[in-house]
Write a protein that binds this ligand. Sequence first.
Ligand SMILES: NC(=O)c1ccc[n+]([C@@H]2O[C@H](COP(=O)([O-])OP(=O)(O)OC[C@H]3O[C@@H](n4cnc5c(N)ncnc54)[C@H](O)[C@@H]3O)[C@@H](O)[C@H]2O)c1
Length: 322
Amino acid sequence: MAKKVLITGGAGFIGSNLTEALLHKGYQVVVLDNFSTGKPGNIAPFLTNPDFTLVVGDIRVKEDCQKACEGVDYVLHEAALGSVPRSIKDPATTNETNISGFVNMLVAARDAGVKRFLFAASSSTYGDSPSLPKVEEVIGKPLSPYAVTKYVNELYADVFQKTYGLEYIGLRYFNVFGRRQDPNGAYAAVIPLFVKKLMAHEAPVVNGDGSYSRDFTYIDNVIQMNLLALNTTDKSAVNQIYNTAYGESTTLNQLVKYLVEDLSQFDPKIASIEPLYGPNRLGDIPHSLASIEKAKTHLGYDPQFSMREGLKACCKWYWENL
Ligand SMILES: NC(=O)c1ccc[n+]([C@@H]2O[C@H](COP(=O)([O-])OP(=O)(O)OC[C@H]3O[C@@H](n4cnc5c(N)ncnc54)[C@H](O)[C@@H]3O)[C@@H](O)[C@H]2O)c1
């Protein structure tokens, strides 16, 4: 029998890419989503697939979590309210979704006898720690309500393991980008936001002087990590947290340069656009660069897409789909 996997947040950017990859590999996939930031269009192609089930519901509602977990072997918990600025504007809703919703999912997974609970952790957990590259064991104090919620997720998962024996793996994602990431709305991530601006022949606005750097991680590397974490049979590899990144940093100024370079292949007018600069954003970490040694050693992680390769593929996708 094919493994049955519940993907919460499956209508979102990362969740819909995981859904597509798992269906392609022959898994049965259940998606639980309330479409708060996810899009029906992201899962529309899967609706006719007999291996796909959609549960429209909310992780803040215990019964919805229970229903979605019925008969499920594995959970990939991706549903959350992302964005540091959103959490600063509305910490209570971020907390309800990212912490209460997370606990509801842990309880439902435990009660359904789920074999392993994978979840989307975050590089924001490194907070004010200045050390680079980031290694899993050394974190600082959180700099935003969002970062608090993501750290609390890790603590809860570990406590559920110790108290109820629920197996888990937490994947600390570092600035994931790629097809289907939403370029719209006040809380859009930097890459889709800048792509949209450049495609409209407008100058992207960089927060700060552009020297802040990120370990931008292409979605296909994230898919690989999830598959490895789902399938590992090494008992010493579970109940752990792993950085999920490429392991190289890119400054915002470099990012703009690369985007201009890649998008001007499709529209030469983009080549002359220069960025504008604004103030630094509250809650932002200056530099973020992952050590991916732990994932390489314990899970056999071998990311196939560099930032540059991923960015080229991503620009092509936006050019064809925006
Ligand atoms: N994108 C990144 O760079 C990044 C980095 C670190 C961590 N993460 C984490 O990865 C996960 C996925 O992020 P994403 O970028 O795909 O975001 P996204 O907003 O595209 O996806 C989140 C999905 O969760 C759903 N959702 C939100 N609240 C819900 C609720 N109460 N009940 C049911 N569904 C709900 C949304 O509708 C959406 O489909 C999140 O947990 C996020 O915190 C993402």
